[in-house]
Design a binder for this molecule. Structure first.
Ligand code: HEC
Ligand code: HEC
Ligand code: HEC
Ligand code: HEC
Ligand code: HEC
Ligand code: HEC
Ligand code: HEC
Ligand code: HEC
Ligand code: HEC
Length: 419
């Protein structure tokens, strides 16, 4: 009802302005009066001046709250008759913002590229569904975007700029009292920050790494195109995903309801993977689910063995290449072979997701062949070097002997002459 009244009012005001021909008032009484009031009542005015996108686009207090920004008198300016809606309750906020943000015709006038589905999606999220049930402790629009200093999402100071998102969620998800009421962990941020993604985003500023919303969605429960959060890893790690899809784990995990990647990697505290996980001991290892005698256990031992053999072969070849390098001999070909081996190792660590020994063996063997080439090339170079070094020593002895012989000969000749 209220928005409707507001629209009629705006129309009437527009018509009045057109008829009278007077320009829009220079003074916005909402702003002037609230600024003078100071304290909390002036805070929205100060906040808007921090770069609020609405203020920047010429939208002001009355565009959101309604009311008459030309009336000097508080009672008149903030009267329901002039469309004033007051402060919305949390449950009313989505529709309050949606009055514009769900209206494609209105939004197109400002930026045709801006989506107009936030409110619709919001109601499908965990937050939206809880809010609908009357729970006002969940996030509404203003908890993630601020209320009066809303910045565009591509502004690095915005609460929803990738690097700032984890802290935005942490304000509630790090509140132990609040989270315990829902049996939810309060250390999600810390777990995430310790993991590879948090490290990349928060410490390295790598915005290619996922922030909370890249997995959980901006406004809906999951990002577009995904049925569940557990599938989202696929979007950025397609090679691992393809390998997993053809592995015996896929049907087994589906049947057990295990998440496809997080069952082994965890979902927030994703640690840098190491070869030891291919073994049967310790956290994250195959041994956390497989025990002696079952085929998975056997596969794990074999796969671990293959990967280890490539690592050892590469280390041995690298040692020899280093030795050659110290002699000053050119080693480009051996280096190239080592690069091939290194790529085969990286590939093998992805291929392990098939958990098929033959696939891993094939990929490891490419690497073993290349490491072998690097080894042979370096050995040949070293032998060549030793030969030349040895050959050079031999030559210098020979030359010394020659000089001595010459000298003796000369002395002999001189003795003969003096005789
Ligand atoms: C983009 C829409 C929007 C604009 C523009 C806007 N407000 Fe608000 N305002 C809100 C919302 C939403 C709330 C409720 C926030 C909440 O419950 O956390 C609110 C709350 C308030 C409150 C209650 C106290 C508070 O801060 O929560 C006051 C006072 C207020 N606004 C004044 C103003 C004034 C003055 C202006 C112009 C300088 C203004 N607002 C511009 C959306 C807006
Ligand atoms: C002449 C001074 C004055 C003017 C003009 C004025 N306000 Fe207020 N406003 C106040 C005072 C004083 C309060 C706090 C007391 C109250 O709630 O009535 C207030 C409270 C509010 C609140 C929070 C309380 C509520 O009812 O939800 C909002 C929102 C608000 N004003 C918005 C506006 C908007 C929008 C305009 C312009 C259309 C406006 N004000 C114009 C003085 C003014
Ligand atoms: C009176 C209409 C109106 C209302 C009400 C409104 N907005 Fe906006 N909003 C706009 C317009 C217009 C833009 C600017 C679009 C542009 O040009 O980029 C905008 C921009 C934004 C942006 C930046 C989008 C971007 O580029 O990343 C956010 C975030 C936003 N609004 C959130 C809100 C929230 C939250 C509320 C409710 C508290 C709200 N808006 C209420 C009209 C409105
Ligand atoms: C749980 C946090 C959260 C809530 C709640 C939320 N937003 Fe957003 N919003 C985001 C994030 C994150 C982005 C995307 C930033 C980016 O583009 O990377 C975003 C983007 C936007 C944008 C820019 C256009 C777009 O869709 O990408 C607008 C406009 C917007 N939100 C409005 C709203 C409105 C209106 C509501 C309430 C119905 C709302 N948001 C609720 C987190 C939230
Ligand atoms: C204003 C506080 C608040 C903010 C900010 C907030 N949340 Fe929440 N969130 C909650 C509360 C409270 C719940 C519990 C709702 C319930 O289970 O009924 C919740 C639930 C969730 C859930 C569902 C958990 C589950 O499995 O039950 C996810 C996922 C979630 N939030 C993600 C986020 C993300 C991501 C952000 C930041 C973009 C965020 N939240 C910001 C308060 C917040
Ligand atoms: C790489 C993707 C990813 C990122 C990034 C991510 N999450 Fe999650 N999150 C998940 C998955 C997967 C689950 C498990 C969902 C399930 O089992 O249904 C989950 C579960 C949750 C839950 C439910 C409680 C739990 O731990 O199981 C909350 C709350 C949550 N995430 C909040 C966040 C917040 C806040 C951030 C940012 C600090 C974040 N998530 C970052 C993927 C992610
Ligand atoms: C938005 C893209 C994105 C999503 C979604 C994503 N990741 Fe990542 N992931 C990355 C990036 C970028 C890195 C590299 C970070 C770095 O610099 O180390 C990475 C690194 C990793 C690593 C470490 C790789 C290594 O060699 O050290 C693992 C393991 C990983 N992610 C697993 C997952 C899992 C499991 C999920 C789903 C729960 C997931 N990722 C979702 C982008 C993503
Ligand atoms: C059965 C357990 C298991 C599952 C399921 C699993 N991984 Fe892995 N993952 C591992 C192990 C073990 C390693 C370490 C390999 C190594 O370093 O030798 C690893 C390594 C990785 C790496 C780093 C190596 C590389 O390929 O760059 C990434 C990234 C990764 N996994 C992503 C994923 C994603 C995405 C999924 C889901 C599609 C997934 N993993 C499912 C066990 C698993
Ligand atoms: C989260 C638990 C889990 C982890 C960790 C895990 N697996 Fe499995 N794996 C299963 C389940 C469940 C099955 C299907 C039931 C079965 O055959 O044991 C399975 C089946 C297999 C099979 C097929 C066995 C057959 O019957 O043909 C192989 C091979 C296998 N896993 C290898 C591995 C390897 C290698 C690792 C470590 C990289 C690993 N698994 C880690 C749970 C796991």
């Amino acid at each position: 009802m209220k928005p409707h009244r507001m629209t009629i009012f705006a129309g009437m005001l527009g018509a009045a302005l057109l008829l009278s021909g007077t320009p829009a008032p220079a003074q916005n009484t909402c702003i002037t009066c609230h600024r003078e009031l100071g304290g909390d009542l002036a805070a929205p005015v100060t906040a808007a001046e921090l770069g609020d996108i609405h203020a920047a686009r010429g939208l002001s207090c009355a565009d959101c709250h309604g009311g008459d920004p030309t009336a000097e008198d508080a009672e008149v300016s903030m009267s329901p008759q002039r469309g004033f809606m007051g402060t919305p309750q949390p449950q009313e906020i989505p529709a309050f913002c949606g009055r514009c943000h769900s209206d494609p015709r209105f939004m197109r006038r400002f930026d045709p590229a801006i989506p107009t589905d936030q409110v619709e999606k919001f109601w499908t999220s965990h937050h939206g569904q809880a809010l609908q049930q009357g729970d006002t402790r969940v996030a509404t629009c203003v908890d993630c975007h601020d209320t009066h200093a809303i910045l565009p999402s591509d502004n690095p100071k915005s609460w929803v700029w990738p690097v700032n998102v984890p802290a935005t969620c942490h304000r509630c998800h790090g509140n132990a009292d609040l989270m315990s009421a829902y049996n939810l962990p309060a250390d999600v941020y810390d777990q995430y920050a310790r993991g590879v993604h948090g490290h990349a985003l928060l410490d390295e500023n790598d915005t290619g790494a996922p922030a909370c919303n890249d997995c959980h969605g901006n406004h809906s429960a999951t990002p577009p195109g995904f049925e569940s959060v557990a599938q989202v890893c696929r979007s950025c790690h397609p090679a691992n995903s393809e390998m997993f899809m053809v592995s015996p784990h896929r049907p087994a995990f589906d049947a057990l309801g295990l998440p496809e990647c997080a069952a082994c990697h965890d979902h927030h505290e994703i640690l840098p993977p190491v070869d030891a996980w291919l073994g049967v001991e310790g956290e994250h290892s195959c041994g956390q689910c497989h025990s002696p005698g079952d085929p998975g256990y056997q596969a794990s031992l074999a796969i671990h063995g293959w990967v280890d053999s490539l690592v050892t072969a590469m280390e041995t070849a690298q040692d020899l290449v280093d030795q050659v390098e110290r002699t000053g001999i050119e080693t480009e070909e051996a280096h190239e072979a080592l690069t091939v081996a290194r790529n085969a190792l990286l590939k093998s660590r992805t291929v392990i997701h098939t958990v098929r020994e033959d696939s891993v063996e094939q990929s490891v063997e490419e690497g073993l062949a290349a490491a072998g080439t690097a080894f042979r090339l370096s050995l040949a170079a070293l032998e060549d070097f030793r030969f030349r070094k040895f050959g050079l020593g031999f030559a210098s002895i020979f030359i010394t002997l020659l000089i001595v012989a010459l000298w003796l000969k000369l002395r002999h000749m001189e003795k003969n002459k003096s005789r």
